[in-house]
Design a protein. Structure first.
Length: 152
């Protein structure tokens, strides 16, 4: 029986280590991208729920601070449902419950990226989503113009 030479037995080991490194770094990049996409879903749901809380509010005659508190609470609950414990930042025009008024809310959230091996300080990304709805023109008990003022 002849013995075979063991030359070249370990060749390619550095390629295996380099491949694993690329796999790990690539996975971290994908995780960062998914964190931003997930935050986009969360802010979109929060903005939608904040607007719905104002437009469909059972209480009639609420003023601006009360409507904003209701919208902020609904947005916070939507963010908690998506796994975010942050207090939402709501921006947009003043909220009103007048008939045919457009209610628009923008929810912003800051996402901190996962630490990558070559980056000392992870970047943060601002994710914002907006949603708007028109208050029902046929809703009883609200001020504002009738159906003629809505542009229908």
């Amino acid at each position: 029986m002849t013995r075979r030479s063991e030359e070249g037995l370990v060749s390619g080991l550095e390629a295996l280590a380099f491949g694993v490194l690329i796999l790990v770094v690539g996975t971290l990049v994908v995780v960062n991208a998914w964190a931003v996409i997930d935050a986009r879903f969360a802010t979109s749901a929060a903005a939608r729920e904040a607007v719905r809380a104002v437009v469909e509010a059972p209480d009639i005659g609420l003023d601006g601070p009360q409507l904003e508190a209701r919208a902020r609470s609904a947005a916070a609950q939507a963010l908690v449902a998506h796994g975010y414990e942050h207090e939402p930042e709501l921006t947009g025009p003043p909220l009103t419950q007048a008939r045919c008024a457009t209610v628009e809310v923008t929810v912003e959230l800051e996402v901190v990226a996962t630490i990558l091996p070559w980056v000392s300080q992870p970047p943060s990304y601002r994710v914002a989503s907006s949603h708007s709805e028109v208050v029902d023109p046929f809703r009883a008990g609200l001020g504002g113009e009738g159906i003629d003022g809505c542009g229908f």
